[in-house]
Write a protein that binds this ligand. Structure first.
Ligand code: ADP
Ligand code: MG
Length: 332
């Protein structure tokens, strides 16, 4: 148990498990970390709270470690940044098993190595109740003039989504509804829920090959329809999403058909996909698409940016009818 090795024993133990990186001149062990200078630093923070964001009974510690870092790296990707270092605040009940925490840090380190983002520090405290994780990630902006923002979408831009949508929500639904989890489609959806892939390589390739093609971007953490509204409000436009263009995975289509779920509802409202939604200048859209596809990732045009209307997001159904997009998940 954590209480047996104490705070400093635990920190020393984790520090020995974790990999380092060239952007960190001084990492875990001193009062603060020393990072290599960044010319356009971008900083993001995300908290994960037991029984709000995850359930220990469902989640393996390795997957949770991966996801704790991956969700912040997804925010950096959405801003057009390349990660430099991460910091983790952890409040754990003293009864938490050391082996559980070792596996957690192992999963976090796997994500850290995959995307080149070393854990450079953090804080460890006792929690009287739930496990609480807060990860802060720092990155270097790759975009000329700073970052990919939400407030620069322009009328006529095309909407482009990476990957497939709704998988994570479908994986969560399988767990919540206590469905059978065996089978390759089920495994795929659960993997998408527990191990999201931050689209860092994809955005890096886009910024390299078509540097000024993306006008606005965000990552899809709370569901496409709701997240799209953030761009719409910030940019004072309306985003029209074409329902029959939504990129759906074979796994989602198959499971939705079997369980009588509506796959496009999962894709429009489902959170935690951690895919990117990009607003792209129409004449550059094919270049952006090609750059993303060169990473082996799907890139799908799903709609366009229109002059501001009453609803920030409008969904065009297959029969041509229009409905206002539903809002996304909020905590309160
Ligand atoms: P201080 O008391 O000076 O704030 P701490 O004793 O909290 O420092 O931390 C000692 C070192 O261990 C620091 O470098 C800190 O960044 C690191 N550290 C503490 N907890 C964690 C953690 N959960 N993950 C990564 N690094 C940590
Ligand atoms: Mg100190």
């Amino acid at each position: 148990m954590l209480s047996l090795v104490g705070e400093f024993g635990a920190i020393r133990r984790w520090a020995s498990l974790l990999s380092s990186g060239s952007g960190v001149l001084l990492g875990i062990g001193d009062d603060a970390a020393l990072l290599q200078a960044l010319s356009a630093p971008l900083v993001t923070c995300d908290a994960l709270v037991e029984d709000v964001h995850f359930k220990l009974s469902w989640t393996s510690p390795r997957d949770l470690g991966w996801k704790t870092l991956a969700v912040s790296l997804s925010d950096l990707a959405a801003m057009g940044a390349c990660p430099s270092a991460a910091f983790l605040s952890l409040a754990a009940p003293p009864s938490l098993e050391l082996g559980w925490l070792d596996a957690f840090f192992d999963g976090l380190d796997e994500c850290s190595r995959r995307f080149g983002c070393p854990l450079a520090g953090g804080d460890t405290t006792r929690s009287p109740g739930p496990l609480f994780l807060s990860l802060c990630a720092v990155g270097q902006g790759q975009v000329l003039g700073g970052a990919l923002r939400r407030d620069r979408a322009r009328v006529g831009d095309l909407l482009l989504a990476t990957g497939t949508l709704g998988d994570s929500r479908a994986g969560l639904r399988l767990l919540q509804e206590e469905r059978a989890l065996q089978g390759r489609h089920e495994s795929f959806l659960l993997e998408r829920h527990f191990r999201p892939t931050p689209r860092l390589r994809e955005i890096g390739r886009v910024l390299q090959q078509a540097p000024d093609a993306v006008t606005a971007a965000l990552d899809l953490s709370d569901g496409l329809a709701g997240d799209a509204a953030h761009i719409a409000r910030a940019s004072k436009v309306t985003l029209r999403i074409e329902q029959d263009k939504l990129p759906l995975s074979p796994a989602l289509l198959e499971i939705a058909a079997r369980l009588a779920w509506d796959a496009s509802t999962e894709a429009l409202g489902g959170g935690e996909d951690y895919e990117l939604l990009l607003c792209v200048r129409p004449e550059r859209a094919q270049e952006v698409q090609a750059a993303i596809e060169s990473c082996g990732t799907r890139a799908t045009m799903i709609g366009q940016v229109e002059p501001q209307q009453e609803a920030p997001v409008v969904v065009q159904r297959a029969d041509g009818s229009l409905v206002a997009g539903q809002g996304s998940w909020t905590h309160f």
